[in-house]
Design a protein around this ligand. Structure first.
Ligand code: GSH
Length: 205
């Protein structure tokens, strides 16, 4: 299988961490794919019209996206512990947590885009809303931190951990740890996992 990949993309990292956790990393070859919100990548669009990564191309040439769909597909390819609970309340809790983490990551990405605009073109209304929603999402994660430890490790934790690590990478002054000691301590344990250490995000630009 071929994965449209970048060492800078936190959503790609989510898939890479999942591949390591599932022992499937050798089943995928990565292809460096450059994306930008303002510059659709015509080659990538043959596989994903949205021009987003991660996009996984299967051996029959068909493509899967986005990271959620790819991770669930990969979870069906191995016989070990599943990263997404197959049924029951724990499945919906895990999928909601993934949605919270991915939504927070989406916010960080659009926040960064807004901040990359010339100062006079930035929208204060957008910046202030992003600040508010990011803080609220981080507070929600702090409230869930204890149950992240007690629940089986899986896609929810991978999504949350990759999002927090991206906040460290692109928003070092955000100070997400401040007032969130349980989330900080959970993230310290997450960051020490072999799968996470093997997939460090890098700025290769
Ligand atoms: N919901 C998607 C989000 C993927 C995403 O936003 N990827 C970014 C890179 S981290 C991207 O491809 N951006 C290019 C664009 O938005 O045009 C997922 O879970 O895979």
């Amino acid at each position: 299988m071929k994965l449209h990949w970048s060492p800078r993309s936190p959503f790609v990292r989510k898939v890479m961490v999942a591949l390591h956790e599932m022992g499937l990393v050798d089943r995928v070859h990565t292809v460096r794919t450059v994306v930008a919100v303002t510059q659709p990548n015509a080659v990538l669009q043959r596989d994903n019209p949205l021009s987003k990564i991660p996009t996984l191309v299967l051996d029959d040439g068909s493509a899967l996206y986005d990271s959620r769909v790819i991770c669930e597909y990969l979870d069906g390819l191995h016989t070990g512990l599943k990263l997404v609970p197959p049924a029951g309340p724990e499945r919906w809790i895990a999928l909601r947590r993934q949605a919270l983490a991915d939504g927070l990551l989406d916010l960080l990405l659009v926040w960064r885009h807004e901040l990359s605009r010339p100062v006079e073109q930035r929208s204060e209304a957008h910046l202030s809303a992003y600040d508010d929603k990011v803080g609220a999402a981080l507070d929600a994660l702090e409230n869930e931190a204890d149950s992240l430890v007690s629940a089986a490790f899986g896609l929810a934790q991978i999504s949350i951990g990759c999002t927090l690590s991206y906040a460290d990478f692109r928003f070092p002054t955000l100070g997400w740890r401040s007032g969130r000691p349980r989330l900080e301590s959970w993230h310290n344990v997450f960051a020490a996992r072999a799968s996470v250490r093997a997939t460090a995000i890098e700025d290769d630009a």
